[in-house]
Design a protein around this ligand. Structure first.
Ligand SMILES: Cc1cc2nc3c(=O)[nH]c(=O)nc-3n(C[C@H](O)[C@H](O)[C@H](O)COP(=O)(O)O)c2cc1C
Length: 357
């Protein structure tokens, strides 16, 4: 059930397939006889230098994959010289992660309840998070049949099917029993102190009335960098920029919210044309270095890794995340060499073309 939570998508999961298929419809156009003996993939994002155009995406319930999974991801990101985004639905608190990991930390906000959101934002500020992400594509939860079928919810309910699942994964079960039930630590307040009420806060009180004026107020309240996540149209991206967002995350939540949304890689060129000077971060479907090169060619400054780094986390904790990031960096490097570019910053739309059908 944990794998299904990681891997699954919304509805009939066609959005997941489209996210990947959309990358396959682009091909890379190589230049030959160019000196590519030295290659650079470091770049600038939101005014800071990063070692590669990669960011680890915010994901909830990371302790289901590995004990203290939030910290494993944050530390691997810091060692790799890339930012890490902590989810509102993290299992470790904003403060625990900032105490345990240095590096560039971002905080992703779900507006579950206005007052709670205000307090999360000021805690992130006090704990020196550089960047706030407002996720806008979860007005209600997506319909994920795998989770419904498995009864995957917090607190984990012990059903015969779940018990069998646990027994057949003894290593996971052992670590789960020895580390205790994952908590949504950001919600460990007096009135929501046990896991059941924390989950209820997250499930029932997502504030679906949050609008553009609220974004404007959030902009006024947050002095750091502000990104808006879940944007897939040029009109919305332009509006975010008008309001003063520092960047836009072009994302359909990895196909987890609504299957019938555009694949972000297809939406990217028009968004980039509409907001040419804004930092754009693309996610949903990034699995390989060549995907990153295609995203940068189509207008992204960087990409976010969601499931890719979670596979590494689930297999080997922090070391597994580091392995995945190293593999993707190596693939970016190889792709650059093989298309005749010595720097990721030179990559532009002339590097990609539609693959003939
Ligand atoms: C297990 C899982 C949990 C996620 N939780 C959150 C979350 O709490 N907040 C959020 O903004 N996005 C969340 N996302 C979406 C990711 O931030 C990202 O948009 C998505 O994973 C990108 O697609 P990819 O998995 O194909 O790379 C989650 C994704 C996964 C796979």
């Amino acid at each position: 059930m944990v794998f299904d939570y990681l891997e699954g998508g919304a509805d009939d999961e066609s959005g997941l397939r489209h996210n990947r298929a959309a990358f396959d419809r682009w091909e890379l156009r190589p230049r030959r006889l160019i000196d590519v003996s030295k290659r650079v993939q470091s770049t600038e994002l939101l005014g800071r230098q990063i070692s590669s155009p990669l960011v680890i995406a915010p994901t909830g319930l990371n302790s289901a994959f590995w004990p203290n999974g939030d910290l494993s991801l944050a530390r691997a990101a810091s060692k790799a010289g890339i930012p890490f985004a902590l989810s509102t639905a993290s299992n470790m608190s904003i403060e625990e992660v900032s105490r345990g990991a240095d590096g560039d930390l971002w905080f992703q906000l779900y507006v579950v309840h206005r007052n709670l959101a205000k307090s999360l934002v000021s805690r992130a500020r006090a704990a020196s998070y550089s960047t706030l992400i407002l996720t806008t594509d979860v007005a209600v939860n997506g319909f994920r049949q795998r989770d419904l079928r498995n009864g995957f919810a917090m607190p984990f309910k012990v059903t015969p099917r779940g018990a069998l699942d646990g027994i057949s994964h003894p290593r996971w079960l052992w670590s789960y029993l020895t580390n205790g039930m994952p908590q949504l630590k950001n919600f460990a307040t007096d009135d929501a102190s046990d896991t059941a009420s924390q989950a209820a806060v997250l499930r029932r009180e997502m504030d679906a009335s949050f609008g553009w004026d609220d974004l404007r107020r959030l902009r006024d309240d947050w002095p750091g960098k502000l990104l808006v996540k879940g944007i897939v149209t040029a009109e919305d991206a332009e509006r975010c920029v008008e309001i003063g967002a520092d960047g836009v995350i072009v994302s359909n939540h990895g196909g987890r919210q609504l299957a019938d949304l555009p694949a972000p890689i297809d939406a990217l060129p028009s968004i980039s044309d509409a907001t040419p000077t804004t930092d754009l971060i693309l996610d949903s479907g990034i699995r390989r270095g060549a995907d990153v090169v295609k995203a940068v060619a189509l207008g992204a400054t960087a990409v976010m890794l969601g499931r890719a780094t979670l596979y590494g986390l689930s297999a080997k904790g922090e070391a597994g995340v580091s392995d995945v990031v190293a593999m993707i960096k190596e693939e970016i490097d190889r792709s650059l060499a093989l298309i005749g570019y010595s720097s990721i910053m030179e990559v532009d739309r002339s590097c990609v073309a539609r693959r003939p059908v």
